[in-house]
Design a protein around this ligand. Structure first.
Ligand code: GDP
Ligand code: IMO
Ligand code: MG
Length: 429
């Protein structure tokens, strides 16, 4: 120990990559525990600007062991691409390890993600089309192929034959698509296995050593709580758990070992893809936020939908994660606004409610109830001490803390590593 989980607390893209990169300085290990290359984590540090999809954001520190955990689904082609990109930028990746229990994203997963989305037409989820849903479906259906399956070539070929035959039935009979070739996939994946072999490890032992030595371990979340398949805006959700519980499951670390759970929130809300979003702004303010903050998807480049901070959703996120503290990123985006609204409740069928409804139709009907606060209209990007923030900015943060019921550990005022204000030490819980 100590172990800290850094989790997305909204609909993803809260700035987890930046926070993990910044907090990794004192860490010994960073573990990604869920999702796959649907994630896009932006890190801007002295080595440049990087968009990480599968590789943990601690990779820039050569002394940190970076683990792609059992809970991640890996598209090997994309991982190799990411590794090559890091190497070409002179980043040492010899300290990267891949769990042999992680599942693989296969060519039929990406194909089926596209075909399923297309067939849903206006009901499409708006997935990243990276095959993530189909890969997790196969994991649960016990039809998945794991990293460790690649070691035994004959066993892998036999398993692949039966799975691809089954997938080809679906591809040809349901979607009228062309069948895939087992041989082509087999040879391609054997090539990937050879390339990735140096990184593949039995990770529980490595993690256990770190736990025993009392080293700081960071669990790096992907996506955000409101995309969780159980508690998020289902079916407009992802397919693995971005929650504190998912962090244990996807890394093999016991809940008893977790010391800190940081919820990363933006100072406002965004979401990419379909699904309910009560505080969405389809107006000039929404456009202003999108343009000023460059709110375009890291993975797909899609424009992100923007809206005011929603404390009903945030409180729910806190309850299902048990945050020990919050990180509030992108506070600087509000530097230009004269007034800021915060959603303090929902109005549903004429009644004020303070919970986050499970039902999509109900959530779409919810009208946000706002409280309006003064903006600060001054530049915060160079501030490094909490006391030096404008009074209105401190009042905004205090309002969020009061409504969510959670203290703030860190405030971010820019995308670069150093544009970070420590409000309270992360492990001071
Ligand atoms: P992640 O998926 O949670 O890692 O977040 P993304 O990288 O997808 O999106 C967050 C974006 O916000 C990235 O472009 C970051 O560089 C940027 N960012 C992070 N923190 C701040 C901040 O405090 N201020 C500003 N202006 N940008 C930030
Ligand atoms: P990071 O880690 C934002 C969204 C997709 C879609 C839904 C399902 O960068 O915060 P999927 O491809 O997972 O089946 O898509 O989930 N989504 C994300 N949105 N940030 C992410 O990751 C996301 N990962 C998935 O846009 O709405
Ligand atoms: Mg992202």
């Amino acid at each position: 120990m100590p172990v800290i989980a850094i989790l997305g607390a909204q609909w993803g893209d809260e700035g987890k990559g930046k926070v993990v990169d910044q907090l990794s300085e004192g860490a010994r290990m960073v573990i990604r525990f869920s999702g796959g290359d649907n994630a896009g984590h932006t890190v801007i540090n002295p080595y440049g600007e990087f968009k990480l999809h599968i590789v943990p954001s601690g990779i820039f520190y050569p002394n940190i062991t970076c683990i792609i955990g059992n809970g991640v689904v890996i598209n090997p082609a994309r991982l190799i691409n990411e590794i090559d990109n890091l190497i070409s930028n002179k980043i040492d990746v010899s300290h990267l390890f891949i769990s042999d229990r992680a599942h693989l994203v296969m060519p039929y997963h990406t194909l089926l993600d596209q075909l399923e989305e297309k067939s849903k037409a206006e009901r499409a989820i708006g997935t990243t089309l990276r095959g993530i849903g189909p890969a997790f479906t196969d994991k649960t259906a016990r039809l998945g192929i794991r990293v460790s399956d690649l070691i035994d070539k004959r066993g892998f070929f036999n398993r692949l034959c039966s799975i691809v035959n089954y997938k080809n039935e679906i591809l040809t009979k349901i979607y009228g698509a062309d069948p895939l070739s087992v041989e082509d996939i087999y040879h391609q994946y054997i090539e990937y296995a050879e390339r990735l072999a140096p990184y593949i490890k039995h990770t529980p032992l490595i993690i256990q050593n770190s736990l025993t030595n009392d080293e700081l371990i960071i669990l790096e979340g992907a996506q955000g709580a409101l995309l969780d398949p159980d508690f998020g805006t289902y079916p407009y959700a992802t397919s693995s758990s971005p929650l504190a519980g998912g962090a244990c499951q996807g890394s093999g670390i016991s809940p008893r070992c977790i010391d800190g759970i940081l919820g990363v929130f933006k100072a406002y809300c965004t979401r990419v893809g379909g699904g309910p979003f009560p505080t969405e702004l389809n107006d000039d303010v929404g456009n202003l936020i999108r343009e000023k903050a460059h709110e375009f998807g890291t993975t797909t480049g899609r424009p992100r939908r923007c809206g005011w901070f929603d404390t009903v959703a945030a409180r729910f996120s806190h309850h299902i994660n048990g945050f020990t503290g919050m990180v509030i990123t992108r506070l600087d985006v509000f530097d230009i606004l004269p007034q800021i609204k915060v959603c303090i409740g929902y109005k549903l069928d004429g009644e004020i409610i303070d919970y986050f409804p499970a039902n999509t139709t109900e959530l779409i009907k919810c009208q946000p109830v706002y409280e309006e606060l003064d903006g600060w209209q001054s530049d915060t990007t160079g501030i490094r001490e909490f006391e030096k923030l404008p009074l209105a900015a401190k009042k905004y943060i205090a309002k969020l803390e009061e409504l969510i019921g959670c203290p703030t550990n860190i405030v971010c005022v820019g995308p670069r590593r150093e544009q970070t204000i420590e409000v309270k030490p992360v492990l001071d819980v």
